[in-house]
Design a protein around this ligand. Sequence first.
Ligand code: ADP
Ligand code: MG
Ligand code: MG
Length: 200
Amino acid sequence: MRDADFFRHWMAAVAASVEREADRLTELDSPIGDADHGSNLLRGFTAVVAALGAQPPTAAPGEVLQLAGRTLISTVGGASGPLYGTLLRRTGKALGESDEVSDAELRAALAAGVDAVAQLGGAAPGDKTMLDALEPGVAALGTSYRAARVAAENGALATVPMRARKGRASYLGERSIGHQDPGATSSALLLGALADVAEP
Ligand code: ADP
Ligand code: MG
Ligand code: MG
């Protein structure tokens, strides 16, 4: 079973890997975006860690993720803020109010979160977005956390030959081909951090 501390550790691990990879995320966002993905997420997850530090320690797992999601929505201006914010809020909501959640409950909650991202952004796998890492990653949670990390990383790599159909990159049409999607890359970090805290 996973308690609220597990989810705090997950968010802290995401913040740490976003900090490590911020320059790379921004570089990926240069040819097919506006070169702010790393700084957007760094600002967002730094605020998440601060917000969680000020949250009452009695908060349930679902409340931890909902606060993280709300914080991303209010601090990240770009497309990724509302999208990741929705992912975490919806996942947190699906976890309900229990103090401990099973891995199966977390998997189902994340699947609901990914569906909410697809609904909000109107994207589907193959559109060269974060969904190309989130969908296969969360599906592979049925196997293991490490499998989810690998599936998300492979999903991010698989965006290279895709033509973007959503977000800023879609304005480039054919010229978006040949570049890895920054959001898919950060989604692999998110699931990689989950694997690190779940299966250390
Ligand atoms: P912005 O493009 O507004 O500057 P970011 O650079 O922070 O925002 O995030 C860009 C990432 O957001 C893209 O790489 C892509 O993965 C993701 N994204 C953009 N639009 C959508 C969408 N409609 N659905 C899913 N993901 C999207
Ligand atoms: Mg951008
Ligand atoms: Mg932007």
